[in-house]
Design a binder for this molecule. Structure first.
Ligand SMILES: NC(=O)c1ccc[n+]([C@@H]2O[C@H](COP(=O)([O-])OP(=O)(O)OC[C@H]3O[C@@H](n4cnc5c(N)ncnc54)[C@H](O)[C@@H]3O)[C@@H](O)[C@H]2O)c1
Length: 329
């Protein structure tokens, strides 16, 4: 048996591959447009249970052939451009990549599911990995987002993600295509792109460069350890109900500035030879991102009750292990 994932050379997809391979012998087909994937660098492509194709999800000709060859029983769609700042500069590119290109992929997988005689149609799933950002933003005292919260995306990235979520819903309602959509909070852990907050702060600090913090740093995010997120996806594969959404949160709300200070304090204990007394001396407030959402917070009661998943990792311990990994790598 085989599963197909997209975006497996990125941060969450790659962590998912690692977790999957530690638990299964089932082959993974990874479709990712990135040429020099982390997977290749780490020799995971040589593993007979992982085959990476460096193509765009919109390449329906090539993907049709891949589907014919491997007959995957499940698809997990991680692939997306995921940087909010970049989306503010290139909105059309984000809409094209995350919505239009993904729509071609969705339609291809739908036709594969409809016409395939080999796979078990009832057990097939298309898992769409979305974000909490589709719900918009919260004020500090608002209750967290749940699965019935109206969407209210406020930047081109979250607009592109929520548009694709709606398209996925339409395939469920129109054709009973077994789509499940997840909405997770900010992930952290190994292999994340260096331009995301936690790796960026570590990189700047250990190179004794200024650590930029947007605006007054009062924005609140809920941090989810990527391994916990990947375990949630495993639960959804096993027990998730088609047509449902699942929110996946970490229960670790923290202001950006407090997170940056915490990272600096951890680094103070890990790195002795340094050009500054304390790393937080490097913190510099910079002009805020336009339309910067104040707070995201997720209510994960549904996935806890229905699928028996909850985020298990201790935030500080996972953060320390993540920081140690970045220092080493
Ligand atoms: N990282 C987070 O904190 C977070 C939070 C909520 C939701 N998400 C969602 O999770 C998914 C994975 O995020 P990530 O952090 O791993 O991002 P990432 O940028 O590290 O990885 C995304 C991968 O998708 C690939 N990709 C993008 N567009 C593609 C296309 N058209 N065809 C083929 N490959 C394509 C990229 O090459 C990259 O390897 C995304 O859908 C993102 O919206 C991420």
């Amino acid at each position: 048996m085989t599963i197909l994932i997209t975006g497996g050379s990125g941060f969450i997809g790659f962590n998912f591959i690692k977790l999957w391979q530690s638990k299964n012998n089932e082959k993974i087909i990874n479709i990712d447009k990135k040429k020099y994937s982390i997977a290749k660098k780490r020799n995971l492509s040589n593993n007979s249970n992982l085959i990476t194709y460096n193509i765009n999800v919109a390449n329906t000709n090539k993907i049709s052939k891949i589907l014919k060859k491997y007959n995957p029983r499940l698809v997990i769609h991680f692939a997306a451009e995921s940087h909010v700042d970049k989306s503010l500069n290139k909105p059309s590119f984000f809409i094209k990549n995350n919505c239009y290109d993904s729509s071609k992929f969705l339609n291809l997988i739908f036709n594969y599911w409809k016409n395939n005689e080999i796979i078990n149609k009832n057990k097939f799933r298309f898992i769409n990995i979305s974000t909490d950002e589709v719900y918009g933003h919260l004020n500090p005292k608002d209750p967290p987002f749940n699965e019935t919260t109206n969407i209210n995306p406020r930047n081109p990235y979250s607009v592109s993600k929520s548009s694709f979520d709606l398209l996925c819903n339409s395939y469920f309602y129109a054709y009973n295509f077994p789509v499940i959509t997840t909405h997770c909070t900010n992930n952290f852990g190994k292999y994340q792109s260096k331009d995301k907050l936690i790796p960026l702060v570590i990189k700047k600090a250990i190179n004794f460069k200024k650590i930029p913090v947007y605006g007054d740093g009062q924005q609140i995010r809920d941090w989810l350890f990527v391994k916990d997120h990947c375990f949630a996806i495993l639960k959804i594969i096993k027990k998730g109900i088609p047509g449902n959404k699942y929110n996946i949160g970490g229960n670790n709300e923290i202001k950006n500035i407090d997170l940056v200070i915490l990272i600096c304090k951890i680094l103070d204990k890990l790195i002795y030879k340094k050009k500054v007394k304390n790393f937080d001396e490097l913190i510099t407030f910079v002009k805020d991102r336009p339309g910067h959402d104040q707070r995201y917070s997720i209510n994960s009661t549904k996935i806890k009750k229905e699928l028996n998943w909850e985020s298990k990792s201790n935030f500080k311990k996972s953060l320390i292990s993540t920081i140690k990994w970045y220092i080493k790598n």
